[in-house]
Design a protein around this ligand. Structure first.
Ligand SMILES: Nc1ncnc2c1ncn2[C@@H]1O[C@H](COP(=O)(O)OP(=O)(O)OP(=O)(O)O)[C@@H](O)[C@H]1O
Ligand SMILES: [Mg+2]
Length: 325
């Protein structure tokens, strides 16, 4: 139907070597290496300001790297920007569809821009509206859409041209859980058809469900990389999590748990929660006894597997907040 755009991407969907970006004296991204094989998903995680959008902007040719190089679908992002742009779909952090057009008109317009006939564009728009659950809203102006509907319309627009490589910057921010699940299904379907996907997200569950590989950025540097399972193993398997009757007990509870922990104990007094990665063989009853001996009243004690949240907490530092006096 269209030009074959999969010609040059037999090996890697996305590759980057030593990628960096400086803004004046400030280093937003440093020495990033990436290999995202065709048909796989890379999840880019990190606090606000970690460098996620900066990475996407470089890989989608919107920004020139200060150091290093990268290829997308086999083409150099700096020297062959035009070839790269033909092969990518991009959904940014803010909405890109036109509010003054209907959802359907937006998608038809994108199709026409990609050289489809009127009929092809209309058919593709129809198909995507159905796939993203926007059929009922298809003929409403996008400015009347809810936030979640807008995100879905954005994603639909990036899928019009069936690009082999997709970049999605926080695609499900603001979506309700059901819509998020629907969108994950659409993305999985794309990936099973051979699409390469790089997405950023603040939802660790999303990364866990979708990503084959995860890269965690911290202040522009890679803090950890690996599959979700590898990362979880790295922070230790089992956790004991206790819920305190009185959040003021967080300190003493953390001390009591330290005796069983093989790594740092994490306490979140606001949520009355204390979590410890425990040594293999630790028995729940011993933990309860020692809490009891310390006079700490708990409402819940349970054992659970490590999650990506634990990984994230253990490897990233909080974003720097500047305090001006
Ligand atoms: N054009 C620019 N000029 C100066 N600094 C910039 C510019 N663009 C980004 N930065 C800085 O680079 C850092 C990384 O920004 P980036 O947008 O990549 O973060 P992010 O990980 O996408 O964060 P968020 O989760 O908030 O979207 C931030 O400190 C940001 O202020
Ligand atoms: Mg961002």
């Amino acid at each position: 139907m269209y030009e074959n755009l999969n010609d040059n991407c037999t090996d890697a969907g996305i590759k980057a070597e030593g990628l960096g970006k400086r803004f004046g004296d400030f280093t937003a991204l440093e020495d990033l290496d990436l290999v995202v094989p065709k048909g796989s998903v890379l999840g880019l995680l990190g606090h606000n300001g970690a460098g996620k959008t900066t990475t996407i902007r470089i890989l989608t040719t919107l920004s020139v790297p200060s150091t290093g190089s990268a290829t997308v679908a086999g083409y150099d992002v700096v020297k062959q920007g035009g070839e790269v742009r033909k092969r990518i779909g991009v959904a940014g952090q803010s909405a890109t569809v036109d509010g003054l057009l209907t959802g359907r008109a937006n998608l038809e317009m994108v199709g026409r821009l990609y050289g489809m006939s009127k009929r092809e564009a209309a058919e593709r728009a129809d198909e995507l509206l159905t796939r993203l659950g926007l059929t009922d809203a298809a003929d409403k102006l996008v400015k009347e859409y809810s936030g979640g509907m807008r995100r879905r319309a954005d994603l639909a627009a990036t899928l019009v041209s069936t690009p082999p490589v997709l970049f999605l910057d926080e695609p499900t921010t603001g979506l309700d859980p059901a819509s998020r699940n629907d969108l994950w299904d659409v993305l999985r379907e794309q990936v099973s058809e051979g699409v390469t996907l790089l997405l950023t997200t603040q939802y660790l569950e999303e990364a866990d469900r979708l990503a084959d590989e995860i890269v965690v950025l911290d202040h522009g540097k890679v803090a950890a990389a690996g599959s979700p399972d590898q990362l979880k193993q790295r922070v230790g398997g089992d956790r004991i999590e206790i819920t305190l009757a009185d959040p003021a007990d967080a300190g003493p509870a953390a001390e009591a748990l330290a005796g069983f922990a093989e790594n740092e104990v994490h306490s979140d007094p606001a949520a009355s929660l204390v979590t410890a990665p425990v040594r293999a063989g630790t028995r729940l009853v011993e933990v309860v006894r020692s809490l009891d001996a310390a006079g700490i009243d708990v409402t819940d004690v349970h054992r659970r597997d490590a999650t990506l949240d634990d990984v994230f907490l253990s490897i990233t530092s909080a974003p720097k907040v500047e305090v001006h006096s």
